[in-house]
Design a protein around this ligand. Structure first.
Ligand code: NDP
Length: 243
């Protein structure tokens, strides 16, 4: 059994839940961080989970979470920064407070949670951080200014932390999904008009699944390739790179 725990933020549902379940299936102890502090949705019995209440916009709650993980798992071996919010607004009407609020949950939190995890990872002799970005980080999407900016920031944070923390044996990667079908967007993504549009627009011709993203993230922990750091891996069926 691999030593120590991997913390996953926003693991209550969607992609975060799938990542937590996949890591547990591969024998890792998973610290599941969400505001309610429950098990991942659809978690099969038998995985080793530590359920921790944590709001990624609240530094005190993060410190408490890592202290609890340390107590229960001994060491921290990795972190997945997955929690997010997604809101659409016309840019002409985007309130500064709403922009800053989304940036705090999606980007500032990645800096804060990584910083709070750092002493625990270094105490364990190093580890891996995987951030969950989005293919929206390199395209322009109407009514998505704040979300796109937040995900571009996640790519930049990934590169800077990778450059700075390599000497501590910490690697940092950014996994950037395309359209992924989750409970929240299932109706939209299954809409006939959207399906037809995606079929013409994306080489894969379909949305991805949370399990596909989860397998990529888990493989980064499973393979543990120390020379791989600072990169963004797009998992979007080729959508953003195709004409
Ligand atoms: P969901 O909306 O389904 O889940 C978001 C998760 O984040 C929930 O578990 C929620 O937990 C948690 N969360 C939100 N705010 C906070 C907070 N302040 N503190 C702690 N946890 C919080 O998102 P998805 O599964 O769809 O997305 C997961 C990641 O994948 C995100 O980073 C997203 O940007 C990215 N992504 C998703 C795509 C998609 O098509 N689904 C496409 C590209 C990227 P709770 O409310 O229980 O606290």
């Amino acid at each position: 059994m691999p030593e120590g725990a991997i913390a996953v933020t926003g693991s209550s549902r969607g992609i975060g839940a799938a990542i937590a379940v996949e890591l547990a299936a591969r024998g890792f102890t998973v610290a599941c961080l969400s505001r309610a502090g429950g098990l991942p949705a659809n978690a099969p019995a038998g995985g080793r989970y530590i359920c921790v209440r944590c709001d990624v916009t609240d530094e005190a709650s993060m410190r408490d979470a890592f202290a609890r993980i340390g107590k229960e798992a001994g060491t921290l071996r990795g972190l997945v920064n997955n929690a997010d919010v997604h809101r659409e607004t016309d840019s002409a009407n985007l309130a500064t407070a709403d922009f800053e609020d989304l940036m705090r949950t999606n980007a500032t939190s990645v800096m804060m949670v990584s910083r709070e995890a750092y002493p625990h990872l270094t105490a364990a002799g190093g580890g891996r951080i995987v951030n969950i970005g989005s293919f929206f980080d390199r395209i322009g999407v109407a009514r998505n200014l704040a979300y796109c900016a937040s995900k571009a920031a996640v790519g930049a944070i990934t590169r800077c932390l990778a450059a700075e923390w390599a000497r501590d044996g910490i690697t940092v990667m950014n996994v950037a999904p395309g359209y992924i079908e989750t409970d929240l967007n299932r109706d939209t993504l299954r809409d006939e008009k959207f399906r037809r549009w995606l079929k013409g627009r994306s080489p894969a011709g379909r949305p991805g699944t949370p399990e596909e993203v989860a397998r990529l993230v888990a493989s980064l922990f499973g393979e543990d390739i120390a020379f791989l750091t600072g990169e963004t891996i797009y998992i979007d069926g080729g959508q953003a790179m195709a004409l």
